[in-house]
Design a protein around this ligand. Structure first.
Ligand code: HEM
Length: 455
């Protein structure tokens, strides 16, 4: 697959002004191991809040780059700080309608969207109430983060309505994984020229992406921001692992080959190898962050099922094959994932422990248009029984189809190819529970500088 011909990747030197004006973590994931999320509901006067926000020393994309360039692996680097506003937050600060980002989903809030989520009354605090803003602090030192949290508590007092910690989880090879045990964060759209040049192989799948899929002009301004989706997704590891084992038995895999069952669910083996490239059982344990593949040689879903998580969420040409949708249109649905795992069950990285709750993913993604990107992936692909083909079933990892407002709920049985080559039907879903979340906008650095003047 080729990339758009007019694609302009970002060059750190040439695009310095742009990078200085947008927040970090949007174009490139920050590599820090611990993240602290602080949720705010403003209580002071809007003027006071504006002053406090303008003093936050938010990290620009340029600063993030400079910090990473000089980081030698063990010294402490400057803590990352990001700040994001909800529609309510903008209104509280006194912005009139024409100055507030326009995306309909952003303005309505996550709780009012048709994503198949549980009712908002069942969500955790503070997500079950309206939030005005979120801060994200990233560092490798828990102590430094706790010290900064104490300062924030002094400054913001009762405006702080929620605190959420995220800790990077790693496997024995130092790869970043999620709680089901699979390497996460491999496939991302790439916006930066020097990062793109380092991609070892991109003959089949070109990860280059125009910054226009994540950057949106701020209203009445020359600067750019980005929409941020935040979702706290609890993972029932025990139920998932039991289901993997049951599926392995149903499909006739032996103890040596049972890993294949999980790979059919996710679309990659635990150590990253894409199942569509899987050739023999010893492959299964291979450490691989290979992203140079698509599904053109598997048009019937015989190697990687159509419902596998990574095939549902990035169909790599299935929309073209099934519906004639152009490659560029399909690629415009991509998101920049920036999530991190959380552990409130004292799992402490022990992958032999299978908690039923208290662990999960703080799913974050940046995009230019929440409706055409995150919501499209969740609703039209993951939750859709009939994508990319009729009766495919939902995405077994994140698909939700029970609470649909149009009454077309229920889960079509997914079809799985057994070791003998025949098809077995079995519905796998419900291992991930949405505990709450919200839609934010990440304003530009200039926005915070001018906070007291422009409304
Ligand atoms: C607890 C929930 C989730 C888990 C355990 C999970 C796990 C994974 C894993 C293991 C991968 C493969 C590694 C990689 O390429 O990064 C992946 C890829 C991906 N996930 Fe998720 N994910 C979750 C939630 C979501 C959500 C909510 C979305 C969007 C609605 C999403 C979208 C994607 C996308 C777009 C990819 C890359 C697919 C590709 O380009 O091949 N994920 N996820």
């Amino acid at each position: 697959m080729s990339s758009k011909k007019d694609l302009q990747l970002i060059d750190y030197e040439k695009d310095r002004d742009l990078l200085k004006s947008i927040q970090g973590n949007i174009l490139n994931k920050h590599g820090g191991g611990i993240e602290l999320f602080v949720f705010l509901k403003f209580v002071s006067s809007s003027n006071d809040v504006s002053i406090q926000l303008s003093q936050l020393d938010i990290t620009s994309a340029w600063e993030q780059y400079q910090n990473s360039k000089f980081y030698k692996g063990n010294e402490s680097i400057k803590m990352f700080i990001g700040c994001y506003l909800t529609y309510n937050g903008y209104k509280y600060l006194g912005f009139n309608d024409s100055h507030i980002p326009k995306n309909e989903a952003f303005r309505a809030g996550m709780h009012s969207r048709n994503l198949g989520d549980p009712e908002r009354s069942e969500w955790e605090e503070p997500y079950n109430c309206d939030i005005d803003a979120a801060l994200i602090l990233i560092d490798d030192s828990e102590k430094d983060l706790k010290d900064r949290l104490d300062e924030l508590k002094q400054a913001w007092g009762s405006s702080i309505v929620g605190i959420q910690w995220g800790h990077k989880l790693e496997n024995e090879h130092g790869q970043t994984i999620e709680h089901f045990g699979y390497v996460d964060g491999i496939s991302q759209p790439i916006f930066l020229k020097d990062q793109y040049e380092k991609v070892a192989s991109k003959d089949v799948w070109d990860p280059a992406a125009s910054p226009s899929i994540v950057l949106e002009k701020e209203p009445q301004s020359d600067y750019f921001g980005s929409y941020l989706v935040f979702r706290k997704l609890e993972q029932n590891v025990k139920a998932f692992k039991d289901a993997e084992e049951r599926l392995a038995n149903t499909l006739g895999f032996s103890e040596e080959t049972e890993e294949v069952a999980g790979a059919l669910i996710v679309g990659r083996f635990e150590h990253g190898l894409p199942v569509v490239k899987f050739g023999s059982v010893p492959d299964a344990v291979r450490v691989s962050e290979d992203n140079d593949f698509d599904y053109s040689l598997d048009p019937e879903g015989l190697r990687c099922p159509f419902h596998a998580h990574i095939r549902k969420t990035n169909p790599r040409g299935d929309s073209t094959r099934s519906f004639g949708i152009t490659e560029d249109t399909e690629k415009d649905h991509r998101i920049a994932r920036r999530g991190i795992t959380y552990d409130e069950a004292d799992r402490n990285g022990d992958l032999k422990q299978y908690p039923e709750k208290g662990v999960g993913l703080l799913f974050l993604c940046f995009q230019r248009d929440i409706i055409n990107q995150f919501e499209f992936i969740q609703q039209s692909w993951a939750n859709n029984n009939d994508f990319p083909k009729p009766f495919t079933g939902i995405d077994p990892v994140i698909g939700q189809n029970e609470n649909r407002e149009d009454g077309k709920g229920g889960v079509a049985e997914q079809k799985w190819r057994s070791i003998k080559g025949d098809q077995q039907c079995s519905s796998l879903a419900g291992f991930v529970k949405m505990k709450g979340g919200e839609y934010f906008f990440a304003p530009s650095i200039e926005f915070f500088k001018n906070l007291n003047t422009k409304k």
